[in-house]
Design a binder for this molecule. Structure first.
Ligand code: FO1
Length: 351
């Protein structure tokens, strides 16, 4: 059986550990199509947070608490950059992590596509499944926030002037009411999403093409799973790549999603804040409705929810309640088995 998983970073990485366990037990072939909207160029380095979270987690090099970056990390480069007041100082670049970004940036500058770079990095990390970026083209999530007007607002302050205008909340400048876009990483890391936010924009999406291998994987899939990632800033940017939604609709293989919301709250991260920007409820049923039912022109045939959410049905989508806490690989593998079962495929796992 061929399984394709659409995924973001941290929550998706944990999900893929279970999916890999399931694939090992059943002999299924597993491909992950990973969000690149978090990607950013900082200090001249190309950083791909979701690809790295997945690669490090599956390769055993991730810091388990943070979910991003390397375990046993040191921060000499970050501290030296801060000593030079080289902005941004709010993004934590670990020394080991920098080596990944140096290799990636060197290969991209040499003309290799991101999918080839990812393959090369995975030769070291051996994630145990195929990792594909959603696209090899530029696709960056930017966030449109209210503009406090002139003055050293966040991200524009000089080195020494950095203290004013940022960090003490969002003073309204004289021409308050404007809008400006900041990179997702500034919104997420520097401001923790605590800015008056209007919308998310996937810059470059309209011109982006699915990365090499993505459309073939989706066309050949027997089941497609949507990982319990942030629906707004992790899954949506994947679906924004022209051709990916069409490939899902064109393949009758069932699409089953796993709720990232348990008990009306995100398992981790800021899906609640992101959903609020869209005016969507932070509920398991709400996210399913956001993805939509295949028979109504949306994505889903099935939806896994945690029993605590007592969601019995979402129009046109078959709902199943199973424990969704990814406490370990075995628990997550059981979730994957339940999703495959809901897809109506033989799970191939005895008992
Ligand atoms: N997330 C943070 O909250 N703070 C950081 O300093 C930070 C640094 C960082 C460096 C490399 C990397 O691959 C990811 C990093 N992240 C950091 C996570 C990143 O912001 C992710 O995009 C989000 O966690 C959303 O998935």
């Amino acid at each position: 059986m061929r399984i394709v998983v659409l995924t973001g970073g941290i929550g998706g990485a944990k999900f893929l550990v279970g999916a890999r366990e399931y694939a090992r037990r059943t002999g299924a072939e597993l491909t992950a199509v990973v969000n690149v909207g978090d990607d950013v160029i900082l200090h001249g380095l190309r950083i791909s947070p979701d690809l790295d979270s997945v690669m490090y987690t599956l390769g055993g090099g991730a810091d388990p608490e943070r979910g991003w970056g390397r375990v046993g990390e040191t921060w000499a480069v970050k501290n030296e950059l801060a000593a030079y007041q080289a902005e941004p100082t709010w993004f934590g670049l670990g020394d080991r992590d920098v080596a990944t970004h140096l290799v990636r940036t060197t290969m991209l500058n040499a003309g290799y596509p991101l999918s080839a770079v990812t393959e090369a990095l995975c030769a070291r990390w051996q994630p145990g499944l195929r990792l594909l970026p959603a696209t090899d083209d530029r696709l960056e999530t930017h966030v449109v926030v209210s503009d406090p007007g002139p003055g050293p607002g966040p991200g524009q302050g000089q080195g020494q002037g950095q203290g004013q205008g940022s960090g003490q909340g969002q003073e309204q400048g004289p021409d308050a009411g404007g809008e400006r876009a900041i990179h997702f990483q500034e919104w997420w890391v520097r401001h923790r999403g605590a800015l008056p936010t209007h919308r998310f924009v996937f810059v470059g999406a309209a011109q982006a093409k699915p990365a090499a291998g993505v459309l073939d994987a989706l066309a050949a899939a027997d089941v497609v799973l949507i990982a319990p990632s942030n629906p707004v800033v992790s899954i949506a940017p994947v679906l924004a790549v022209p051709g990916i939604r069409e490939a899902l609709a064109g393949n009758p293989a069932p699409v089953v999603g796993v709720s990232p919301i348990i008990g009306d709250a995100p398992v981790r991260g800021m899906a609640d804040r992101c959903l609020a920007v869209l005016g969507e409820p932070c509920t398991a049923a709400g996210v399913a409705a956001l993805y939509g039912a295949r028979r109504a022109g949306g994505l889903l045939d099935g939806w896994l929810v945690d029993p605590v959410d007592e969601v019995t049905r979402v129009d046109g989508i078959e709902v199943r309640a199973v424990p969704l806490w990814m406490s370990d690989a075995a628990a997550t593998a059981a979730m994957v088995g339940a999703a495959i079962e809901l897809a109506g495929r033989p799970t191939g796992v005895a008992g």
